[in-house]
Design a protein around this ligand. Sequence first.
Ligand code: ST9
Ligand code: ZN
Ligand code: ZN
Length: 338
Amino acid sequence: TVAMTDTEVEGSGRHRRGDVLAELTTGRDDVFDETYKEKDGPKPPMIVVWKNVVLMTFLHIGAVYGIFLVPSVHTLTLAWSVFCFLVSALGVTAGAHRLWSHRSYKASLPLRIFLATANSMAFQNDVFEWARDHRVHHKFSETDADPHNAVRGFFFAHIGWLLVRKHPDVIEKGKKLDLSDLKADKVIMFQRKYYKMSVLLMCFTVPMLVPWYVWGESLWLGYFVPGLLRYTLVLNATWLVNSAAHMWGNRPYDVNINPRENKFVTFSAIGEGFHNYHHTFPYDYATSEFGCKLNLTTCFIDFMCFLGLAKDCKRVSRDLVLARAQRTGDGSTRNRSG
Ligand code: ST9
Ligand code: ZN
Ligand code: ZN
């Protein structure tokens, strides 16, 4: 199910190698656009959205309260919380990110329904909006047109960008993206249409009701631990990719960009911390040259391929990775895992 294997690329000579790269990169709206220049003059004022500040504050207070409740929950509730963490995380990593933002593999209808449902459990905006913001993030990385521009500091990249109005360039550039593939996906349009209801159900109600119904956990504990605390942890694990992995770590593939290989983020974001690799080769379904290593999301996609529910995984050849690392990397080739 891997579309472009090493042998295929290696065995076909220099010219063919170029073709493969062209095939991977042309006509894509998630590849860095070097021609974009930020506008001169003063930056537009930051407009705080107080409603979001209040909601995010309460969410995090609720999550801290949830941490104190952890010792009093049933062991099965803890296991259920971990399960909900992993399902919602996959809805973001294997779903919104690798499938819908980057089209790095193909998924059958049942898998897309699962991933969209899991994505609603993660409550990070609907997939259409997530993928639109993510494509501008790659195409205009670390500029005014990047929604979570890490040049504006850790706090802005982590959560601050969700608390203020967007820079006008994000919207201006975002409107020019090709999003026809997302509009044509009925699963995505369905999730967008019923988004609020799906979040209420998947992010809060199901995580709370299952422990109550199946092993008699209190609704209170079910709401605060697998509900609020788990949700807040998934959010922060995701946001660390935008903040920490754009600031701390090695740059083995391209030293000219800010995204880095960050082991801690790789662990907490189930395989999404190989961020220097990912921004260099955004079309690689494994988001790393190491396949399944430290990368639960890649294992999951491989397993889906094995079941026949996914196919056509795009992969960058080892040759190409090595050549690129030699040409633009920071020299940390011995320890490319970050
Ligand atoms: C959340 C998202 O947390 C997290 C995403 C993280 C991404 C991470 C990526 C890293 C790599 C992947 C790794 C995954 C790891 C996962 C690990 C898991 C363990 N293009 O938005 P509005 C237009 S969400 C084109 O209101 P404002 C559009 O017309 C958390 N157009 O802008 C839109 O209308 P419509 C929960 C765009 O007013 C209109 O503008 N959610 C674009 O500036 C207005 O849009 C929240 O907290 C674009 N890019 O407000 C909600 N953008 O919608 C937070 C906008 O009809 N959001 N337009 O199309 C908001 O409240 C607001 O968006 C705002 C900005 C206040 C932030
Ligand atoms: Zn990034
Ligand atoms: Zn990406």
